[in-house]
Design a protein around this ligand. Structure first.
Ligand code: DLL
Length: 431
C-alpha cells in the first residue's frame, strides 16, 4: 500500500472522517457557490441539517448540465488566483465542461494516483510508460504526477505513433503500461506485427481505464502482453483517474473513500439503493477546494461492497463499471451494454477483440449489427467455417441478451483502432 494509514483505515474512523469532511464541504459550497446555495434553499435545507452520513441522501443531485449551465467557472469554490490547473472533458456533444484544481487539489490527486499505481504493481524501480493522452484530458497528467510521486521513472509518451511506443518500451525496459484498454490491445497487436513477444519486453503490469472493459478483455490483454492488468476508474468532474482502483485481488475497485463518498441510486427514481445493488454511481467530493461537487450523478452503472478485502485495504469496492446509463442501448426495448457483447464475443473466442455495434432503424424496428474481426486464417478458410461462427455468435447473443442481431465477420484491421477511448457504438438512429 502507498498509504496504509488511510487505505487501511478502520471503517468507524473512516466514516467519522468522511462526516467531518462532508460538513466542511457543505459549508464551503453553501458559502461560496451560488448554485449550491440556491439548490439547497430550494430543497429547504442548510448544511446544518446534515447530521449524519445518511442525511446526505436529502440533498439535491448535481448533474452534468449544472456544469454546462455554469460554464466555465460558475461552480468553482476558489478564485482563479488559487486555481493552478484546468482540465476539460472532451464532451462530444455541446459545451465541454471545465474543471479546476488548487495546489492542494493537485496534491491530493497525486496522492490518489500514487495509491493507484502502487496497487497496480508500481514502485520506485518501475519504468512507467504513460500512453494516455496528455493535455486537457486528465489521463496523461493524472498518472504522470502519481508516477513521479512514487519515484518511478516516467516516460510521458502520450498517445500515437504506436510502433515508436513499442520500440521505446523495449529499449527503456518499461515495466508498467498506462493507457486505455483498447489502446493496450492495439499496442499488443503492433508488438506482434513487429515480431516481438512479451518475452522481448520487461512489462509486468498495466493500469487501464477511461472506458468500460470486460473480464474477458482483461484475460486477452494479460495474455497478449504477458502482464497483470488492473482496472482504474475516474472522471474529470470528480478529479480524473484516482477515484477507484484495483488491487492484486482484482475483485472490485477500491473507492478512495477518504476523499469521496459513493452512493448507488436507481437512475429512474433517484432513490438510494442498498449495498450490493446495481445502479448509478453518485459521488460527493469531500476534500476538493476548486470544484467541490455534491451528489454528482456519474451515469456510470456499478455496485458497491463493503466486505473486507484480502489486500488489507478497507475502502469500499466498486464493481467494474459495466457502462453508462446514457451509453446503454435500448434495442427493441431490450437494454444492451456494449461490454456485454464484448464479453460474449471473447467468451466464444475465435474472433479478434475488435468489434463495433451498428444500431439503426428500419421502419419502426431497431436493428443491431455486430461487426467483429476474425483472424486472417479464419477469413481465408472455408466459407462454411465463417457461417458456422456467425451462427454461434448470433445464437449466444440471442440467448444471453434476448435480442436478435446480424453478425458481420470482417477481415482483420477493418475496424478502426483507437489510441484513446474506443468508439464501440455507431447509433444511426441518432444521426
Ligand atoms: O476518463 C479519467 C480517467 C483517465 C480514468 C484515465 C481512468 C484512466 P473522463 O474523460 O471525464 O475521465 O471520462 C469519465 O469515463 O464517467 C466512465 O464513464 C468512463 N470510465 C472511466 N474509467 C473507467 C473504467 C476519464 N475503469 C468517464 N471503466 C466515466 C469503465 C470508465 N468506464
Amino acid at each position: 500500500m502507498w498509504n496504509p494509514k488511510y487505505e487501511g483505515m478502520d471503517r468507524e474512523a473512516l466514516e467519522k472522517l468522511q462526516y467531518l469532511r462532508l460538513k466542511q464541504t457543505l459549508e464551503r459550497v453553501y458559502q461560496l457557490v451560488p448554485h449550491y446555495r440556491s439548490s439547497f434553499k430550494r430543497a429547504g435545507l442548510e448544511p446544518g441539517d446534515v447530521r449524519s452520513l445518511e442525511d446526505l441522501a436529502k440533498l439535491p443531485f448535481t448533474i452534468k448540465d449544472d456544469l454546462r449551465d455554469n460554464y466555465p467557472y460558475g461552480l468553482f469554490a476558489a478564485s482563479l488566483g488559487e486555481v493552478v490547473r484546468i482540465h476539460s472533458s472532451s464532451g462530444t456533444t455541446g459545451i465541454p465542461t471545465v474543471v479546476g484544481y488548487t495546489r492542494a487539489d493537485l496534491e491530493i490527486w497525486s496522492e490518489l494516483m500514487a495509491r493507484t499505481l502502487t496497487a497496480g504493481g508500481g514502485g520506485p524501480d518501475s519504468v512507467v510508460h504513460i500512453a494516455y493522452g496528455y493535455g486537457l484530458f486528465t489521463g496523461g497528467l493524472g498518472v504522470h504526477y502519481g508516477a513521479e510521486k512514487i519515484g518511478a521513472t516516467v516516460v510521458p509518451i502520450s498517445g500515437g505513433q504506436t510502433r515508436r511506443q513499442v520500440r521505446m518500451m523495449k529499449d527503456l525496459g518499461t515495466t508498467l503500461l498506462a493507457c486505455t484498454p483498447s489502446y493496450a490491445l492495439y499496442i499488443a497487436e503492433t508488438m506482434a506485427e513487429m515480431g516481438l513477444t512479451p518475452r522481448d519486453l520487461q512489462l509486468r503490469s498495466g493500469v487501464f481505464g477511461a472506458e468500460p472493459w470486460s473480464e474477458n478483455m482483461r484475460s486477452v490483454i494479460e495474455e497478449k502482453l504477458g502482464i497483470d492488468a488492473y482496472d482504474i476508474y475516474g472522471l474529470s468532474e470528480i478529479i480524473g483517474p484516482g477515484v477507484a482502483y484495483e488491487c492484486p485481488a482484482k475483485d472490485g475497485l477500491h473507492f478512495s473513500e477518504d476523499h469521496f463518498i459513493a452512493e448507488i441510486i436507481d437512475p429512474a427514481t433517484g432513490e438510494v439503493l442498498p449495498e450490493g445493488a446495481t445502479g448509478e454511481l453518485v459521488i460527493t467530493t469531500i476534500t476538493k477546494e476548486a470544484l467541490p461537487l455534491v451528489r454528482y450523478r456519474t451515469r456510470d452503472i456499478t455496485s458497491l461492497k463493503r466486505q473486507p478485502c484480502p489486500c488489507g485495504r478497507t475502502h469500499t469496492r466498486m464493481a467494474k463499471v459495466s457502462g453508462r446509463s446514457d451509453d446503454m442501448l435500448i434495442i427493441r426495448g431490450v437494454n444492451v451494454f456494449p461490454s456485454q457483447v464484448e464479453s460474449i464475443l471473447l467468451e466464444i473466442g475465435q474472433t479478434a477483440p475488435h468489434y463495433q455495434l451498428v444500431v439503426d432503424r428500419r421502419g419502426s424496428l431497431d436493428t443491431l449489427e455486430i461487426w467483429v474481426e476474425v483472424s486472417e486464417q479464419m477469413f481465408s478458410d472455408k466459407v462454411k467455417g465463417l457461417e458456422h461462427l456467425e451462427k454461434v455468435i448470433k445464437t449466444e447473443i440471442d440467448n444471453v441478451l434476448g435480442v436478435s442481431a446480424t453478425i458481420k465477420l470482417v477481415e482483420p484491421k477493418t475496424i478502426p483502432r483507437s489510441e484513446g477511448k474506443a468508439q464501440r457504438v455507431i447509433d444511426k438512429r441518432k444521426m
